[in-house]
Design a protein around this ligand. Structure first.
Ligand SMILES: Nc1ncnc2c1ncn2[C@@H]1O[C@H](COP(=O)(O)OP(=O)(O)OP(=O)(O)O)[C@@H](O)[C@H]1O
Length: 576
């Protein structure tokens, strides 16, 4: 509402600025003509003052219009960007694969930016053109009806017919520009992210050639748009000339016939010149409108995408007991569920290990627990409340998640830890690092907590990255912690050391440790074995080892592999 009021004010200021320009030219015309008759100077004084006032008013009002119009537009953009971000947050991560990463970036940045044209280049110029054009026609018509009619026709041609023609010619090019630009961003982001693999496989050249072709198509579309804009500008200039000539002819005839004071002839002729300033921007406005529509449609696709989790408003005080009962879950677009009929009960301090081969559904279970994905069947309750009635963010404040490939931000260790708790003080940071058993390493660094970790943690090892992520989870103090394969991609020695420390660090909290390595499961209160999305075994480590089944077979195999690895002296080998 506030922004709307400001936009209306900007429109009024713009109309005032242009009105001053029209009045300036008309008054100057009258002044020059009248002065040539050498009347007493006093008779010209009012016109001289008016010329000064209109000259100053034009500049001041134009400045105010830009200020108010941009302020209102940027407020609209800021709120739109927040809404897009909030929507993306609700879609992520399960709903985001429907869009390419770079394409999302283009929607979030360029498409939102494009919307500013809707106000600054489309709505405001049209409103100003209607007001100032209308008043100019009225003024010219009052002086000489024929000149008013000629001006009206010429303004309609320049303000309606020419923009329509421009859009007809350039609409395809404008639409292509928006979609190709988004494709370009997506391609460049993908190229940069996958650069090491592409270069190693010698495939970078092909990608570059494809991007080059896209770039040339973009340049061709831009050229077609520019041609249409140029033709539009030319036609507008032609209409201006036509209006001036028509006003001159009608004015001269009227002066001859004694129907028009000769002094006013200059006003009648000069008025169209100034009035056309109101419509010169309209062909460009029409072109912008096509781009704005295309960007609006792309943003609407984001708003229309179905969020993968239901959002209620409830905020539970405690997650306990956390109960999954007969839960199945299916990823968007997948033909079959990744999780079927799973039961789980998490009580305070209870530690559960979920194990299974690759693709068994372990990460899907983690996604359900942290509400990235809703169950397609069964029930999931926290303290007896169904989660779909709860605010997903409130649930995530109770259930923490440490991902398989934890993300570290390109900043210092301190700032990475404070993502979990911005107000954490120094002793709390060190306590979290000590719990994750990485305090010694951080102390040994010359810059300690201020050491940068690099983009995506590129300047630290995989094990150090996982430990820093663990420290972050510890610092956040979640009552329930889901550790999703924190030892994946680590060699067995590092993985086992981390697995032991993980459960020690989260002592006292309810912990769900998802892992494909069984070392460390001895410390769990319950081990759940998943296979093809179903629970095939559950019990304590000792109870499961005591029976012939997948868990014992797996345990034996893992011990044999570890023995072979240490016998062959290959402790650095990446875990299975
Ligand atoms: N984001 C996703 N979108 C669509 N399908 C997915 C997604 N994540 C997992 N799946 C599918 O769900 C099934 C279970 O995968 P999940 O990642 O849960 O297994 P996992 O046991 O964690 O495997 P891994 O140990 O390899 O991580 C697989 O068939 C997989 O293709």
């Amino acid at each position: 509402m506030y922004a709307l009021r400001r936009l209306v004010a900007a429109g009024a200021l713009g109309a005032g600025a242009l009105g001053c320009a029209v009045a300036l030219l008309a008054t100057s015309g009258w002044l020059i003509s009248r002065a040539s008759q050498q009347p007493p100077v006093l008779e010209l004084a009012v016109a001289v003052t008016a010329v000064r006032a209109f000259g100053l008013g034009r500049g001041v009002l134009r400045y105010a219009e830009r200020l108010v119009g941009h302020d209102a537009t940027f407020r609209v953009l800021a709120s739109l960007r927040s809404r897009v971000y909030a929507r993306l947050e609700r879609l992520g991560p399960a709903g985001l694969p429907a869009f390419r990463r770079g394409d999302l970036l283009a929607r979030f940045v360029s498409d939102v930016d494009q919307i500013q044209d809707r106000y600054l280049r489309v709505r405001l110029p049209i409103a100003v053109a209607v007001v100032v054009g209308g008043l100019s026609v009225l003024g010219a018509g009052l002086l000489l009806p024929a000149a008013g009619a000629a001006l009206a026709v010429a303004l309609l041609v320049a303000g309606v017919v020419v923009p329509w023609l421009t859009v007809r010619t350039a609409a395809r090019a404008e639409r292509e520009t928006v979609t190709d630009r988004a494709a370009m961003t997506a391609g460049v982001v993908e190229l940069l992210q996958g650069a090491p693999e592409l270069i190693a496989h010698g495939s970078a050249h092909g990608r570059l050639v494809a991007l080059d072709a896209l770039d040339r198509r973009l340049a061709r579309a831009a050229a077609r748009s520019a041609v249409a804009a140029g033709v539009g500008a030319g036609l507008t200039a032609l209409a201006t000339g036509g209006a001036v000539l028509a006003a001159l002819a009608a004015g001269a005839t009227a002066v001859d016939a004694g129907r028009l004071d000769p002094v006013l002839l200059a006003v009648v002729v000069l008025l169209p010149l100034a009035a056309f300033e109101a419509v010169t921007g309209l062909p460009a406005a029409a072109q912008s409108l096509v781009r704005v529509r295309e960007s609006t449609a792309r943003l609407n696709e984001v708003f229309a995408a179905e969020p993968p989790v239901a959002a209620g408003t409830g905020t539970p005080g405690s997650p306990f007991p956390l109960v999954l009962s007969g839960v199945s879950a299916r990823w968007p677009g997948a033909s079959r569920p990744a999780l079927s009929d799973v039961d789980l009960r998490v009580e305070p301090g209870r530690r559960i290990a979920v194990v299974g081969a690759s693709g068994a559904g372990k990460s899907t279970l983690a996604a359900v627990l942290v509400r990235f994905l809703d169950p397609s069947a069964g029930s999931f309750t926290l303290a007896g409340l169904p989660v779909d009635k709860l605010d997903p963010d409130a649930v995530r404040r109770l259930i923490g998640w440490c991902a398989q490939d934890a993300h570290l931000f390109d900043t210092s260790i301190r700032d990475n830890l404070r993502v979990a708790r911005p107000a954490a003080d120094e002793p709390e940071l060190w306590a979290a690092l000590a719990a994750a058993r990485i305090d010694g390493w951080v102390r040994s660094l010359p810059d300690g907590l201020d050491t940068p970790v690099g983009e995506r943690g590129a300047q630290v090892s995989g094990g150090q990255r996982q430990r820093l992520a663990l420290a972050r989870v510890v610092l956040a103090g979640f009552p329930v912690v889901v550790l999703d394969e924190p030892t994946a991609n680590l060699d067995p020695v590092t993985a086992d050391a981390l697995a032991r420390d993980l459960l020690a660090a989260t002592e006292g909290r309810a912990t769900v440790l998802i892992t494909h390595r069984l070392a460390g499961c001895e410390q769990a209160d319950e081990v759940v074995v998943l296979d093809a999305g179903r629970v095939v075994q559950r019990g304590t480590h000792e109870a499961l080892l005591a029976v012939d089944g997948p868990y014992r077979n797996w345990w034996d195999r893992e011990r044999r592999t570890d023995a072979w690895l240490s016998a062959t002296g290959a402790p650095e080998r990446v875990g299975d």
